[in-house]
Structures are given as structure tokens and as C-alpha cells.
Write a protein that binds this ligand. Structure first.
Ligand SMILES: Nc1ncnc2c1ncn2[C@@H]1O[C@H](COP(=O)(O)OP(=O)(O)OP(=O)(O)O)[C@@H](O)[C@H]1O
Length: 298
């Protein structure tokens, strides 16, 4: 997947916000990328625009390995799709709402902070739900591989209320992977989990990248979570300001602290005016979490 000169503005006039200021980034297949950045820096906007949930103001969003109908391996070609080095791709910014809905259903997986499982259905029913809705039978071998890769053996007949938070999130990961999507977006997947369950979920997510070749993009506020990724991007004010391979939690904490200080500096200098008021640094700097020492081991 690739974003080319991606711009997203919200509002107009006095209320104009430049959420993405010409972002150029490529995500390689079969890699796990984390996106970090202070609150309001544009992480969610990037994720939503890449996933076709939000429209771009300008620029292109290219998804490789799919046709304009959203199906992997499609041979169809249209004005919205093409081929580069023999790889089919589709430009999400050129698709209409129906095409985007199909593309998301077939080629994009989502993992949310709040799991979003259906409480009245078993884990197995939740996992195969994207296929059930389409009237498609699950590929049993793929289902079994997901269950073993995600450590869900013996849990498939349980309802969400009978599972721990970590197990529920692993069910949600299996549900995201059941359609063999070209890409999976995870939005703060460990935001509702304790440190032990977070470590477990991140390890399984990493296994799905390593062993199943899945491409995963994860937004997180947690430097330790980012350290599970192959690569971590840091966002600030609608731009990528750091791009780290094999990020360590310490390095990501350092980068986030630097961003927090840059946000705090203008506030501090505003405070030291001629009235002699005290320089003010926010009590709760953005990414206070990122400064916490690593709590859960990889
Ligand atoms: N629907 C919207 N309408 C107007 N402005 C918006 C909208 N969505 C986001 N913004 C603005 O765009 C900028 C980027 O927001 P975004 O939600 O992408 O940041 P973020 O890095 O994901 O923040 P957080 O970590 O708090 O979720 C912010 O200034 C935000 O206020």
C-alpha cells in the first residue's frame, strides 16, 4: 500500500485544519508497521484515509494486489486501477462508495480498541461472520491455521463474555484475517488491555505477520506496543517526522518525548511574557504513556 502526496483538510476558513500535509509513504507487503504521534497529529486521519473510510482532499492511495472490484488477484482493469511491475493496484481515491464498500469487505481487515465482537455469537461465529454475511463458506484449513496461530484452540465455542479481554482481541484478529485481506488496520488494539494481555495480543499479531505473511498497520500510543512492529512512523502536525526500522521501546519513547517537548516549548514561552507569569508546561503532556518504562516484555 502506498500514499502519494496525501493531503487531508478538514473545515474551511477560520476552521481549516491541515490534518495531512502531503504524506508520502509506502507499506511493504508482509510487514508490521506502527504509527505513533502526539494527539491530533493525524494518525487516525491517515489510517481512515488509507482504509477508504475517509476521503482525501488530494493525492493518491494505492492498494496493491487487488482489482477495482476489491477482489485479490482480479484481472479486471478500469480507470481506477492499473498495473505496476506486474502488480495490480487500485487507487482508492478514485472509487465510488459502492466500490469502496466492496474493497473494504474483501481486501481490508480492521481491528478496533473495543474488539467489536457480537455478544450473542460464539468466537467461531464471530470469526467467520464476514464470510457468513457474504454467503461464503470458510476455508476450513485457513480457519484452523488462524485458530492455532492465535492460540484460540478450545475457545471457539465460547461467547465473548466467557473470554478474557486478550482472548476477545485475538478472536477479533482472526475475524480480521479470515477473508485473507491485502492489509489489516489495527486502531489502538491494546488500548483496553492490561500489560500482560497486551504483550500476548501483540505477540500473536506479530506471528500473523511472520507466519501468515499478513500486512499490518497499527496506530498506538504505546512505545512498547510499537516495539513489536518491524517499522514505526512518528507523526507530528500532519507529517511523518521519523521512520524507524526495528524500533525499540526506548527509541520510540525518546522520539515521543521529543515531540511532547516541541509541543510544550511554545506554551512555555507564551507563559514567560512581560507580566512575569510563570512558564507553563502542561500537567498532562501528550504521550505521558510513552514515557513510562516498559512494563511488558516482548
Ligand atoms: N471530522 C473532523 N473534522 C474536523 N477536524 C478534524 C476531524 N477529524 C480530525 N480532525 C482534526 O484533524 C487533526 C488530526 O486529527 P487525528 O484524529 O487524525 O489525530 P490523531 O493523531 O489520531 O489524534 P489522537 O491520538 O488524539 O486520536 C486534528 O487537529 C483534529 O482536530
Amino acid at each position: 500500500m502506498q500514499a502519494v502526496s496525501l493531503v487531508k483538510d478538514y473545515g474551511r476558513g477560520e476552521n481549516l485544519v491541515h490534518a495531512l500535509r502531503g504524506v508520502d509513504v509506502a507499506f511493504q507487503r508482509g510487514r508490521f508497521t506502527a504509527i505513533m504521534g502526539p494527539s491530533g497529529s493525524g494518525k487516525s486521519t491517515l489510517m481512515h484515509t488509507l482504509a477508504g473510510l475517509d476521503s482525501a482532499t488530494s493525492g493518491r492511495v494505492l492498494l496493491y494486489g487487488v482489482g477495482a472490484d476489491g477482489q485479490s488477484g482480479s484481472h479486471k482493469r478500469s480507470a481506477q486501477s492499473g498495473s505496476s511491475d506486474g502488480h495490480a493496484f487500485v487507487d482508492l481515491t478514485k472509487l465510488n462508495d459502492n466500490q469502496l464498500t466492496l474493497l473494504r469487505r474483501h481486501s481490508i481487515g480492521f481491528i478496533f480498541q473495543s474488539f467489536n465482537l457480537l455478544p450473542m455469537f460464539t468466537a467461531e461465529q464471530n470469526i467467520v461472520m464476514p464470510l457468513t454475511l457474504e454467503g461464503v463458506k470458510p476455508d476450513r484449513a485457513w480457519f484452523d491455521l488462524l485458530i492455532s496461530t492465535l492460540g484460540l484452540q478450545g475457545r471457539t465455542n465460547h461467547r465473548p463474555s466467557e473470554l478474557s479481554g486478550g482472548q476477545q482481541q485475538r478472536v477479533a484478529i482472526a475475524r480480521a484475517l479470515i477473508t485473507k485481506p491485502a492489509i489489516v488496520f489495527a486502531d489502538e488494539p491494546t488500548g483496553n488491555l492490561d500489560s500482560v494481555s497486551s504483550a500476548e495480543v501483540l505477540s500473536f499479531l506479530k506471528r500473523s505477520v511472520r507466519e501468515l505473511g499478513q500486512t499490518v498497520i497499527m496506530v498506538t500510543h504505546d512505545a512498547v506496543a510499537a516495539s513489536y512492529a518491524d517499522r514505526a512512523l512518528v507523526f507530528a502536525d500532519g507529517r511523518i517526522v521519523a521512520d524507524e526500522n526495528n524500533p525499540s521501546a526506548e527509541r520510540m519513547s525518546e522520539l515521543m518525548t521529543r515531540q511532547a517537548e516541541q509541543v510544550a516549548l511554545p506554551i512555555a514561552s507564551m507563559g514567560s511574557d512581560e507580566q512575569g507569569s510563570q512558564a507553563r508546561v502542561p500537567d498532562d503532556p501528550p504521550f505521558a504513556d510513552a514515557k513510562r518504562p516498559a512494563q511488558h516484555a516482548r
